[in-house]
Write a protein that binds this ligand. Structure first.
Ligand code: FE2
Ligand code: FE2
Length: 240
């Protein structure tokens, strides 16, 4: 039997949605980097695998995170609508707010904290990338998945798309998730795991809290797409 440590982080996150909280608290990437075995993810995040296995066992006994558990069987169009409303909405609201905080902190503490200018650059790249990425999902990928699902439910053939197989835009979306995840992990490193310097002003603290929450939300968001919506869409296409 496969032990927990041999399973991929993605498999564990899908089987046991409450494991996501454990991964988050330990800085283990379960969405973009979720395809590696847990043992490897532990050494990457520099955490003791035995301790992680223990926390995961405990998390099984905890309540489920409804956010993930319920989506494995619901209609894909409902999941896509949920992603747009909850996560795309969040990114659109939070990006300008965090940019405003970054500008304030840079103006006040920039000279003493050169990492802020780097974080500002990285975050602006993330904001730009995500805004086009989300439009592609909302205007092309998700509507196609919805059309395909309706056709399959009506017993019709899978609709023909200009991009050919749905696997093609999905591979592009997954690659863009990896890019955004990599930029965010650079911010995590530069900010020392979102730890504001001692005696930091409330704006500095609010900035790091905001960035940390942004990363957490993006991980949930990418998990729903990479691990649930997209594989289910590919499966549906292959089966029809
Ligand atoms: Fe998305
Ligand atoms: Fe996405």
């Amino acid at each position: 039997m496969q032990t927990t440590l041999e399973k991929t982080v993605r498999e564990i996150a899908l089987e046991n949605p409450s494991s996501i909280r454990v991964f988050e608290s330990l800085g283990i990437d379960y969405c973009c980097g979720g395809r590696r075995p847990l043992s490897e993810a532990c050494s990457h995040a520099k955490v003791d695998p035995g301790r992680v296995a223990e926390l995961l066992e405990r998390s099984v006994r905890d309540s489920q995170t409804p956010e993930t558990g319920e989506w494995s069987a619901k209609p894909l169009r409902e999941l896509a609508a949920h992603i747009v409303e909850k996560h795309h909405g969040y990114v659109r609201r939070e990006t300008p707010r965090i940019e405003g905080l970054l500008a304030k902190v840079a103006a006040k503490h920039g000279p003493g904290h050169p990492e802020i200018a780097q974080i500002e650059q990285l975050f602006s790249a993330i904001g730009l990338e995500l805004s086009t990425h989300m439009l592609k999902e909302e205007q092309v990928v998700f509507p196609y998945i919805e059309r395909m699902e309706r056709a399959v439910q009506a017993g019709d053939r899978v609709p023909v798309a200009f991009f050919g197989s749905v696997k093609r835009p999905i591979a592009k979306m997954v690659a863009e998730h990896d890019d955004a995840g990599a930029l965010l992990s650079q911010i995590r490193d530069l900010s020392n795991g979102y730890t504001a310097p001692r005696g930091a002003c409330p704006t500095f603290m609010a900035l790091y809290r905001g960035l940390e929450e942004f990363e957490r939300d993006l991980h949930h968001h990418v998990h729903l797409e990479n691990n649930i919506l997209f594989p289910r869409a590919v499966e549906m296409e292959e089966a029809h």
